[in-house]
Each structure stands twice: as structure tokens, then as C-alpha cells.
Design a protein around this ligand. Structure first.
Ligand SMILES: [Cu+2]
Length: 156
């Protein structure tokens, strides 16, 4: 009787082990780094924020974003939001550390790209911007991904 219980537990354990490994395996199926849903908010002041959804194939850090073609701002920074009492404040960070296969969202009210001191107003309907997202991994590993980012008043 005790032996039967042991066998049942053994198979249950094997089943769980197989299921667990299957789960781990499917996480590794992200083979490329993708940047999607990129957009830049139409400007209402001297700065503008940019957003995107990023999924990476390994533990990478987003270290910089560039505008390809004509510069639109004096500087580009990576920003996060922090709570100071009841106030949400933007704070500059040097990089965003991304976890393999986990969705990382740059979104309004959260982490974002900030185009500081715009050289021109960004209006909805203007030509979309070409952005280069620059990633760094272990050692010297780097990766650039270019995307088209429309200028919008809000997420479409
Ligand atoms: Cu900001």
C-alpha cells in the first residue's frame, strides 16, 4: 500500500517536473529583441516623452535612444517616475535593466524616453520619427533596434 502511494507521488513529481521544464522552455522561445508600439507624445512644452513595448531575448539594458536624421531636441534622457510623498516626480536613470522574455513597457506615468529642450514643436500628423533603441548586454554585447514612432496626442 505504501509502495503504491510512493509510485503515485513519483509520477506526480515527474509530471510536475516535465510541466515545469516545458514552461521554462517556452520562456526561452523569445529569439529576438523586439521594440513595438513606439510613439512620441505631441509636445505641449519644451520636452516630449516617448514610449514603446520591449521584449528581449536575453538580459539586456536599454542604455540610450537616438533620433535618426534631423535632431529634434538638445538631449535625450531615460526617465522613471518616483513617488515623493503625494507627488510623482520624474527622475533620470542611466539605463533600464530588462529581463529576458519579460515585457517591458515604456508608458505614460511610468518609465519613458524624454526628449529634452525640443528644437521644434512636435505635432500630431507630423512625419513619424525614426528612433534607434540601443541595448547593452553582458560584456561588450550591444544591439541596436530601429523603429518608426508616430507623433500622437495619446496612444492609438
Ligand atoms: Cu521625463
Amino acid at each position: 500500500m505504501k509502495f503504491k502511494v510512493f509510485i503515485v507521488l513519483l509520477f506526480a513529481g515527474l509530471g510536475f517536473y516535465t510541466f515545469w521544464n516545458f514552461g521554462q522552455g517556452s520562456v526561452q522561445e523569445v529569439k529576438v529583441t523586439t521594440v513595438t508600439n513606439a510613439w512620441v507624445r505631441a509636445s505641449v512644452g519644451p520636452n516630449a516623452a516617448g514610449f514603446a513595448t520591449i521584449v528581449t531575448d536575453s538580459d539586456l539594458s536599454l542604455v540610450d535612444v537616438e533620433v535618426l536624421g534631423e535632431p529634434i531636441s538638445e538631449r535625450i534622457e531615460l526617465h522613471t517616475h518616483i513617488h515623493e510623498g503625494d507627488v510623482m516626480k520624474m527622475q533620470r536613470v542611466t539605463q533600464f535593466d530588462l529581463k529576458k522574455a519579460k515585457v517591458f513597457s515604456l508608458k505614460p506615468g511610468g518609465d519613458h524616453v524624454m526628449f529634452m529642450r525640443l528644437k521644434r514643436e512636435l505635432k500630431e500628423g507630423d512625419a513619424p520619427l525614426k528612433l534607434r533603441f540601443k541595448f547593452q548586454g553582458q560584456g561588450d554585447q550591444t544591439k541596436d533596434i530601429d523603429v518608426i514612432a508616430p507623433i500622437q496626442k495619446s496612444k492609438k
